[in-house]
Design a protein around this ligand. Structure first.
Ligand code: HEM
Length: 411
């Protein structure tokens, strides 16, 4: 893994209550989260970052309008400049009223009906990808990341957005560069920062070109709908549209492959759970929610106090940063029985994997149906891990695997 040069462990300890570069943390951050939780559900690092590890407190902050992005200093690296010189913030990083206006427009185009129509496509694609991988692999291990976890969300997102297949390979690289670049720039190498910024610019150009085409020749895709939607006289500018499409692709791709990766790894490491799912295929929806709780692809959400807030007798000053440890909250023993166990039979397992409040994941229905299609197909196979500990991507915020080699019997 590459590490930004000046970050020695003493400096890191000032910033964070765990060392995100520790190889053991990358494999499993949960023991470190447990140690943080033992210090209290709200702690402050020497550098002044507030860290929340309790479920109820994370949920309370996510629902509290006194927390937001403020001037966006912590995420300004993800803003872009429109041709008229104005700054455009992806709506995931903006506060009301800007956030409300854009989210409402995008939600109109992203209608639930349209997403649910993708379910049969997801199931057909998942079955086809797995069949092709089995055929090609012969007796060798199959990498589930390349075979299913990457192409399935990629194809569905391209289908939704109306992006031609020729962009498949490039989009995979660009979205990975953006996902890596979501970690604070302080933790990235100059090369990773440059790749993130050029990936965003390249995607922006692709979406601008596609939008220009759709403007004169509209189709049944999300870009055409985003061009057409209007809410109380508000329409997306061309630059907002480009930034929004880049956000949808980046927010949707790395997260969904992370859910398939983390969920399938957990399942393959627990044959009894796999057997349970095989015996109860109608419970795949709850099973995927439990996978999301158990090892969430988005491990942390940041917020800033917009005004003075008292939490658990601590006074948080305006402008101070708060980090919500979603991965820790989802394993809070105050809320979950046996939190460190993957128990697919949990009824309606709630969790914070898609966030909560005004920024609750807009793509959750799509992510769920994508992961359900993959998990249902894969769990039905006679399949086992081909390696002890599959390599992870080194990201801190976005948790996924670099590879997931498996053996599939009965070819
Ligand atoms: C398993 C897959 C996914 C996970 C775990 C996930 C997780 C999240 C989380 C935790 C947030 C809240 C961020 C915050 O509060 O700051 C979020 C927001 C968002 N997600 Fe997802 N996401 C997934 C898939 C998707 C997909 C497929 C799309 C789109 C196609 C998408 C689009 C968005 C957008 C646009 C937001 C911002 C919403 C807002 O700010 O109002 N996500 N997601």
């Amino acid at each position: 893994m590459t590490q930004a040069p000046m970050l020695d462990s003493e400096f890191l300890a000032q910033l964070l209550p765990f060392n995100p570069f520790d190889p053991a943390f990358i494999v499993s951050p949960y023991p470190a989260y447990r140690r943080v939780r033992e210090q209290g559900r709200l702690v402050r690092t020497p550098a002044g970052l507030w860290v929340v590890s309790g479920y109820e407190l994370c949920a309370a902050v996510l629902r509290d309008s006194r927390f937001g992005w403020g001037d966006g200093a912590a995420v300004a690296d993800h803003f872009s400049t429109a041709p008229d010189g104005s700054l455009v913030r992806p709506f995931i990083f903006s506060d009301p009223p800007e956030h409300t206006a854009i989210r409402r427009l995008v939600s109109k185009a992203f209608a639930a009906r349209r997403i649910d129509q993708l379910r049969p496509t997801a199931q057909r694609l998942a079955a086809g990808l797995i069949a092709a991988a089995r055929e090609q692999a012969d007796d060798a291990p199959v990498d589930l990341m390349s075979a299913v976890a990457h192409p399935l969300p990629g194809q569905l997102l391209r289908e939704l957005l109306g992006v031609p297949d020729e962009h498949e390979a490039r989009f995979r690289v660009l979205t990975a560069d953006i996902a890596r670049g979501l970690d604070p720039s302080l933790f990235l190498t100059p090369d990773e920062i440059a790749k993130r910024d050029s990936a965003r610019a390249e995607l922006g150009e692709v979406f601008t070109a596609l939008a220009e085409r759709r403007r004169s020749d509209p189709g049944d895709d999300l870009i055409s709908q985003l061009l057409a939607v209007e809410d109380e006289g508000h329409r997306l500018t061309m630059h907002e549209l480009q930034v929004t499409c880049t956000l949808l692709l980046a927010a949707g791709y790395a997260t969904t492959h992370g859910l398939i990766a983390n969920g399938m790894l957990a399942l393959l490491q627990r044959p009894a759970q796999r057997d349970w799912l095989r015996a109860n295929p109608d419970r795949v929806e709850d099973a995927v929610e439990e996978m999301l709780r158990f090892d969430a692809p988005v491990q942390m959400i940041a917020r800033m106090a917009l005004t003075e807030v008292t939490l658990d007798d601590h006074v948080i000053q305006p402008g101070e940063q708060v980090m919500l440890l979603i991965g820790a909250a989802n394993r809070d023993p105050a809320v979950f029985e046996d939190p460190d166990e993957l128990l697919l039979s949990r009824e309606n397992p709630r969790n914070l994997g898609f966030g909560l409040g005004i920024h609750f994941c807009l793509g959750a229905p799509l992510a769920r149906l994508t992961a359900q299609a993959a998990v249902a197909e894969l769990a039905a196979l006679d399949i086992e891990l081909a390696t002890g500990t599959p390599p992870r991507v080194p990201n801190i915020i976005m948790r996924s695997l670099a590879e997931l080699p498996v053996r599939i019997a009965g070819r």
